[in-house]
Design a protein around this ligand. Structure first.
Ligand code: GLN
Length: 200
């Protein structure tokens, strides 16, 4: 059976995620409204602008039901802004910024410095075979601190930010600072679809 995986489609690079998920055999759907959450087996929070996605989620009244589904164990994957949205705590967020939460971690928004708009690096991820991944960071967050239940899957390997945590998992929640959806490497999404299959 193909799992039904939504992509929160309020803002950001929704299309890239939908395409990858469909290629991997999931029934991939954009999600904006509360009733569209009902039959989901998993959800992706795309890259984009976390403050905008947060605001729109409240305007579309999808925030509360989505938080409830996450608390209930709905598997989720967040990339970049999506990682921020899955974090329990944010540093350098906007004062009124809220997250959906679920991962016991503190993320720093735009952590790699304002002048560094984007960069790329190779990263080895726990649980992902086949050699390092090309990681593309675009005004990305990093993870400052994680709670006990959080598994660190990857860290920056080169340069000034070496050692910074950029991929984590807690239970059915997965998050990366970078954007695998823009490189054509489907291994992170494949791992997520596998997580969703295991749970549903
Ligand atoms: N800086 C963005 C934010 O705070 C994230 C950037 C991205 O998703 N590429 O939400």
């Amino acid at each position: 059976m193909s799992p039904i995986i939504g992509v929160l489609a309020l803002q950001g690079d929704v299309r890239e995620h939908l395409q990858l998920l469909a290629e991997l055999g999931a029934l991939a759907r954009p999600v904006r409204r509360p009733e569209e959450l009902d039959d989901l087996d998993g959800i992706v929070f795309p890259g984009g602008e976390s403050t905008t996605i947060d605001k729109l989620s409240r305007a579309f009244e999808v925030r509360e039901p989505l938080v409830a589904r996450l608390r209930d164990g709905l598997p989720a994957y967040g990339s970049c802004a999506g990682m921020i949205l899955l974090a329990d705590r944010v540093v350098d967020g906007r004062p009124d910024q809220q997250t959906f939460g679920g991962i016991d971690m503190t993320v720093r928004r735009n952590a790699f410095g304002r002048q560094v708009h984007s960069f790329e690096g190779d990263i080895e991820l726990t649980g992902i075979d086949g050699g390092p991944l090309r990681a593309v960071f675009i005004r990305a967050p990093w993870v400052e601190e994680v709670g006990e239940g959080v598994e660190v899957l990857g860290r920056v390997e080169q340069g000034e930010a070496a050692g910074r945590i950029v991929a984590v998992r807690q239970g059915a929640l997965l998050a990366t600072s970078f954007h695998p959806e823009v490189t054509g490497d489907d291994r992170v999404h494949r791992a997520f679809v596998e997580m969703v299959r295991e749970r549903s």
